[in-house]
Design a protein around this ligand. Structure first.
Ligand SMILES: [Zn+2]
Ligand SMILES: [Zn+2]
Length: 175
């Protein structure tokens, strides 16, 4: 298919392309991450280094082995080319997906609640919840979709947040 010329781009086309690219990214990212947790040798040699961090510093999102980085960055980014090629969707959406991944990689590891992006507790729980191989939770970092489909979603971080808020309120009262 011929790539679209800039004058052929419309807002609707870019929006639909962003959704298609986002889906391609999510599915690829999820399974790359999931497989790293499923195989003990892959987990120990490629992913464990990333899990030695507690997901409370933005830069820790990039503390990982090279194979880990490719599975969670460039490979899902390149997967966005599939809808772009097959549906002649907007290449602008590919750039959008790449920047979105960089944004999410830093915010989900920052420990900060940034309006409009995923709650950092979601990935914090993934890092700190000790599980047997293949039994982790919250593999996705952008949206909940794949964790809901794969039944690996946990909202337990909200309970932790509530406990912290109660403790904070108690300390405030005693001051
Ligand atoms: Zn992991
Ligand atoms: Zn992480």
């Amino acid at each position: 298919m011929e790539p679209r010329a800039p004058e052929e781009e419309t807002f609707v086309n870019v929006f639909i392309s962003c959704v298609l690219c986002g889906l391609a990214f999510e599915v690829t990212f999820f399974f790359c991450h999931y497989l790293e947790h499923m195989f003990p040798s892959l987990y120990i040699n490629c992913h464990l280094l990333h899990h030695t961090t507690k997901a409370d510093i933005a830069l820790s999102g990039y503390y990982m082995t090279l194979i880990d980085y490719f599975g969670e960055g460039p490979i899902p980014m390149l997967a966005q080319l599939l809808p772009t090629i097959f549906f002649a969707s907007s290449s602008t959406a590919v750039i959008h997906g790449i920047y979105l991944n960089i944004l999410y990689a830093t915010t989900v590891h920052s420990g900060w609640r940034v309006p409009g992006v995923s709650h950092p507790g979601m990935h914090w729980l993934h890092h700190n919840h000790i599980t047997k191989v293949g039994e982790a939770i919250n593999y996705a970092t952008h949206f909940d979709l794949m964790d809901l489909v794969w039944n690996t979603k946990s909202y337990k971080y909200l309970e932790v947040e509530q406990r912290l808020n109660e403790e904070r309120a108690r300390i405030k009262k005693t001051k």
